[in-house]
Design a protein. Structure first.
Length: 494
C-alpha cells in the first residue's frame, strides 16, 4: 500500500512537515523533523529510481481521478534522476544547516527557516514530479515564494533587497509561464502534459501556439537564471544566509532547466522546438555568452559567494550548450552537468559557510593567509574548486569532457574553444582565492580567526560528504553518466 503511494508521499511529506515546524517552534525539534523528512524523501527517490529503471514509467493519479480530468504524477527516468539529485542535496544541506543558521539567522526566526526550507523542497519536488501544466505553475510558485521568504531571513539588511529583487523578477517569470499555460489550454482544452503533447502533435501550428512557446521559454529563462535573464541571481546568492545560498545553488536552477528539457521534449517535441523555430541556435548564442560572461565577472569579485554566483551563471551556460546540440551525447552532457554541478557548487558554498562561521566574512582580500590557520576548510574548498576548473579525477572533469566530446561529434569545434577558454578563466578566479589563502601574508588579514567558536562538526560532515561525492563521480560514472545516457536516448528516440 505504501509503495504504491510513494509518488504522492514524495511531495506530501515535506508539505505536511512545514507547518509542523511552526507548531513545534523549537530549534532542535524542527531541525530533527527537517532532517527526517529529507532523508525519507531521499529514500523514496532512490526507490522510485529503482522502479523506473525496471518499469520505464510510473503514473500516479491523485485521488483516483484519471488524466486528463485529474492531476497525474508522471515519473520516468529523467524525473527519478532529478528527484534523486534534489532530495540528496536537501538531505546533506539540512544535516549541516543547524550550526550555520544559528550563526547567521536570529534565534527567534530559525523555526521559520526550517518551515520555508521544507516548503521550498515541496515546490521543487512537485515541479519535477507533476504531469499537469497548471499544477506545475502552482509548484513553481510554492518554490519561488518560499525562496523569497528564506532569502530575507538573514541578519544582513541587503538580504531584504535581494529577496525583493528576486520577487520582482520571479513574478515576471511566473506571469509569462501562467500566460503560456493559459494559451495552451485555450488551444487544446487540456492541462495534462501527456495529453497536451498529443493534442499539439495533431494541431496546426498557429500564432497562439508559437506565443505560448516563446512566453514559456522567457518565464523559465528567468527562473533558471539563464543569461541574460539572470539579474536576480548574484544578489540572491550573495546576501542570503550561507546555508540558503548553498541550497539554492544546488537545486533551483537545475530544477528549472529540467522544466525546460521537459517542455521541449515531452510537450512541444524537440523537432518543433529546435528545427521549426530554430531555437537551438539562439540557445547556442545564449550558452556561449553565459559561459564567458559568468567567468569574466567571477574574476572581478571580492566576495567568494558573489564569485561563485557568477560562476553558476557560467555553469548554467554549459548545461544549455549541451541541450542546444540536439544530440543524444549533447543532452547526456547537459544532464551530467546538472548532476555534477549540483554537488560541486553545494560543496563550494558549504565551504564558504564554514569560512563565514569562523571569520564572519567571505572577502578574499580580508582572508589573507586563511589556509595557514584553517587548512582543512581550504583543502575541502580547493577540491571542489578544482572540480569547477575541470581537473581530472573530479566530477567537473567528467562534465566538461562529455560536453567537449558532444561538441566535436556535432561538428562545433568553436564550442570546444569556448569551454577551454572558460576553464582558463576558472583557473584565474579559483586561483585568486588560492593566492590569498596560501600566499598572502597573515599580517594583511583584517579579520581574526575565532578559535573559541565551537567546531561545527555537522557542517564539516556535510562538507566532507560533498567533497567525497565530487571525487567519487569523477571516477565512477555509472549513476551520473550512464543513466544520463539512457535518459537522453529515451527522450530523443521516443
Amino acid at each position: 500500500m505504501i509503495s504504491s503511494n510513494l509518488p504522492a508521499l514524495q511531495v506530501v511529506l515535506p508539505l505536511l512537515a512545514a507547518p509542523l515546524c511552526i507548531i513545534l517552534h523549537n530549534r532542535k525539534l524542527t531541525w530533527i523533523l527537517t532532517i527526517t523528512t529529507c532523508i525519507t524523501c531521499f529514500v523514496i527517490s532512490c526507490s522510485l529510481l529503482n522502479r523506473v529503471l525496471i518499469e520505464n514509467t510510473i503514473t500516479y493519479s491523485m485521488g483516483g481521478w484519471l488524466a486528463p480530468w485529474g492531476i497525474e504524477y508522471y515519473i520516468d527516468k529523467l524525473t527519478a534522476y532529478m528527484l534523486l539529485i534534489i532530495s540528496a542535496v536537501a538531505t546533506l544541506v539540512s544535516i549541516g544547516a543547524k550550526e550555520s543558521i544559528e550563526n547567521e539567522i536570529a534565534s527567534d526566526r530559525i523555526y521559520l527557516f526550517y518551515t520555508t526550507f521544507l516548503l521550498n523542497l515541496t515546490g521543487l519536488l512537485g515541479v519535477i514530479i507533476t504531469g499537469d501544466a497548471f499544477n506545475l505553475f502552482v509548484f513553481i510558485e510554492i518554490a519561488s515564494l518560499s525562496s523569497y521568504a528564506i532569502i530575507s531571513l538573514g541578519k544582513d539588511k541587503r538580504s531584504l533587497y535581494s529577496a525583493f529583487k528576486y520577487l520582482i523578477f520571479g513574478t515576471i517569470g511566473a506571469s509569462f509561464i501562467l500566460i503560456s499555460v493559459g494559451l495552451l489550454y485555450a488551444v487544446t482544452g487540456t492541462l495534462n502534459i501527456s495529453d497536451l503533447s498529443q493534442q499539439l502533435a495533431h494541431t496546426e501550428n498557429s500564432a497562439t501556439i508559437t506565443t505560448a512557446f516563446v512566453f514559456f521559454i522567457i518565464g523559465i529563462g528567468i527562473k533558471a537564471a539563464i543569461f541574460p535573464l539572470h539579474l536576480w541571481l548574484p544578489d540572491a546568492y550573495t546576501h542570503s544566509p550561507s546555508i540558503v545560498s548553498t541550497f539554492l545553488a544546488g537545486t533551483t536552477t537545475k530544477v528549472f532547466i529540467y522544466v525546460l528539457i521537459r517542455f521541449i521534449y515531452s510537450l512541444y517535441g524537440y523537432e518543433y522546438s529546435f528545427y521549426l523555430e530554430s531555437f537551438n541556435y539562439l540557445l547556442m548564442i545564449v550558452a556561449c555568452g553565459a559561459i564567458v560572461y559568468g567567468s569574466i565577472l567571477a574574476i572581478k569579485q571580492d566576495s567568494i559567494k558573489r564569485l561563485l554566483a557568477y560562476s553558476s551563471i557560467s555553469q548554467i551556460g554549459y548545461m544549455i550548450l549541451g541541450l542546444a546540440l540536439i544530440t543524444e551525447l549533447g543532452l547526456a552532457a547537459c544532464l551530467t552537468n546538472m548532476f555534477n554541478h549540483a554537488f560541486i557548487k553545494t560543496g563550494l558554498f558549504l565551504a564558504v559557510a564554514v569560512i563565514i562561521y569562523y571569520y564572519q566574512s567571505d572577502s578574499i582580500k580580508q582572508l589573507s593567509g586563511m589556509a595557514k590557520t584553517s587548512p582543512l576548510i581550504f583543502i575541502l574548498f580547493l577540491i571542489s574548486g578544482l572540480s569547477i576548473i575541470g581537473v581530472p579525477l573530479t566530477s567537473g572533469f567528467i562534465s566538461k569532457w562529455y560536453l567537449i566530446k558532444a561538441s566535436i561529434d556535432a561538428g562545433y569545434w568553436f564550442f570546444v574553444l569556448v569551454i577551454v577558454f572558460s576553464s582558463v578563466l576558472a583557473i584565474i578566479y579559483i586561483g585568486r582565492i588560492i593566492e590569498s589563502a596560501y600566499f598572502k601574508s597573515e599580517e594583511n588579514r583584517i579579520l581574526i580567526y575565532d578559535e573559541n567558536r565551537k567546531t561545527p562538526y555537522l557542517l564539516f560532515f556535510s562538507l566532507l560528504i560533498f567533497t567525497f561525492i565530487n571525487i567519487y563521480f569523477g571516477i565512477e560514472t555509472t549513476l551520473n553518466v550512464d543513466i544520463a545516457m539512457q535518459i537522453s536516448s529515451d527522450l530523443i528516440n521516443k
